[in-house]
Design a binder for this molecule. Structure first.
Ligand code: HEC
Ligand code: HEC
Ligand code: HEC
Ligand code: HEC
Ligand code: HEC
Length: 277
């Protein structure tokens, strides 16, 4: 939660720098010879460094619910009866939904990616990582809101905490050696029994920390994480370290897995695609 807020403020800072926010109405230094303009919200509401900055107010006091802002600033945040449009501030872009832009609270204003950037696992799963083409949409792990005010989005009981509803088909792939079913542990923020992380015949079935680092080193899912070797232990053949001699379509001579056939739910061996292992 704290991380979420700090990162949010960082992203707001990025937006502010990007757009060179000019509406620091409460900064006395901007108004030489004038008393500081206090306004409806108290001093500093549009001043990034202030304890009263509106992003802080929204995360700390309003449980991330910005719907009340529309009462005065208008349904499209274009000003309403305040004469103060959020979209004219230079900080919020009307085309992206103004203050409701998906990248604003948990994304990146520069790239407009909408998922949290403060640890790497969102990017890895959403953009394909670890030698695999597989990408996983938000809806495989969360309820995905269609828009900001979707009732499933910001919930009132645990504001700031994203609920995880794990329902990924690849993660639940079954082999002869599969144990249990994939599950997210809310207390420790770890995932267990995931096919992709080695819950398969002769795999390591690693419990991975969502907010950890280096959770998918070569050897962590199958083989030996300590040495970084992907070679599974016996009964897997131990005769050769050249994986490509038997797993041709899944890995090249240099040992780089083929992203199209690695971690896809199918074992590629001797030129055959196997699901019976
Ligand atoms: C009760 C009406 C009302 C509500 C609700 C309201 N505002 Fe305002 N807001 C105003 C008025 C009026 C101004 C214009 C001038 C002023 O007083 O500063 C303003 C100005 C602002 C400014 C720029 C000026 C300043 O004070 O620094 C920001 C930023 C702002 N509002 C954000 C918000 C946000 C975010 C929300 C929702 C959390 C919100 N407002 C809800 C009435 C309101
Ligand atoms: C004003 C800040 C804000 C904006 C704008 C925003 N979100 Fe969120 N979002 C949050 C917060 C806070 C959470 C943690 C949710 C909770 O309370 O359950 C969240 C959670 C999520 C989740 C995880 C699932 C969940 O609901 O818990 C998804 C997916 C999501 N948002 C998508 C979006 C999309 C898509 C948009 C744009 C249409 C968007 N968000 C705009 C604040 C925002
Ligand atoms: C592979 C599963 C997975 C996918 C895909 C995924 N998330 Fe998440 N997300 C998580 C987990 C796990 C958490 C941590 C929840 C917790 O701490 O309880 C999380 C947390 C969040 C949070 C809360 C802030 C935080 O960092 O804890 C937001 C917001 C969020 N996700 C948005 C998204 C959006 C938007 C997408 C799609 C663009 C997405 N997620 C895709 C698994 C996923
Ligand atoms: C001599 C042939 C051969 C070589 C070389 C080989 N494998 Fe295999 N591999 C197999 C066979 C056969 C299976 C299927 C075993 C079964 O039926 O469960 C297999 C299965 C696997 C599996 C699934 C888990 C398991 O143990 O059944 C993984 C992962 C794997 N190999 C990785 C590798 C890696 C990484 C390398 C190179 C370091 C490698 N293999 C080298 C023949 C080989
Ligand atoms: C995130 C977990 C993960 C990591 C890390 C990982 N693998 Fe795999 N690997 C799998 C899974 C799952 C399979 C089972 C077959 C499949 O779904 O493609 C597999 C299977 C294989 C196979 C058997 C051929 C096949 O069907 O894909 C080879 C060879 C292999 N991996 C090599 C490697 C090498 C080399 C590395 C390190 C560069 C590596 N793997 C790292 C998850 C992983």
């Amino acid at each position: 939660m704290k991380t979420f807020m700090n990162a949010t403020l960082l992203s707001m800072l990025a937006i502010a720098l990007l757009a060179a926010c000019s509406s620091e109405l409460n900064d006395a230094a901007d108004l030489p010879g004038q008393p500081a303009l206090i306004g409806a919200h108290g001093a500093g509401y549009s001043h990034l460094g202030s304890d009263n900055f509106h992003a802080k107010d929204i995360s700390e006091n309003l449980g991330w619910d910005i719907s009340s802002c529309r009462t005065c600033h208008g349904v499209n945040y274009a000003g309403g009866n305040t004469g103060q449009s959020c979209n004219a501030s230079g900080c919020h872009a009307a085309a992206d939904g103004g203050p409701e832009a998906c990248y604003l609270c948990h994304g990146d204003a520069l790239t407009k990616k909408i998922y949290p950037q403060w640890y790497t696992s969102h990017a890895t799963h959403l953009e394909g990582g670890m030698g695999s083409n597989t990408t996983i949409p938000c809806s495989n792990c969360h309820d995905q809101p269609a828009n900001y005010s979707d009732p499933e989005h910001i919930d009132k009981t645990t504001p700031g905490k994203a609920e995880v509803h794990f329902n990924n088909v690849l993660a639940a792939t079954k082999t002869l050696g599969t144990v249990g079913t994939p599950a997210f542990n809310d207390g420790s923020a770890t995932c267990a029994n995931v096919y992709c992380h080695g819950n398969f015949t002769n795999g390591n079935n690693k419990t991975v920390a969502w907010k950890g680092v280096d959770q998918a080193k070569c050897g962590s899912c199958h083989g030996d994480e300590a040495t970084g070797s992907g070679l599974p232990s016996a009964p897997h053949p131990q005769s050769s370290n050249d994986c490509s001699s038997c797993h041709q379509s899944a890995i090249d001579k240099a040992g780089n897995p083929n992203p199209a056939t690695h971690v896809n739910g199918i074992l590629n061996v001797f030129g055959v695609e196997r699901t019976d292992w």
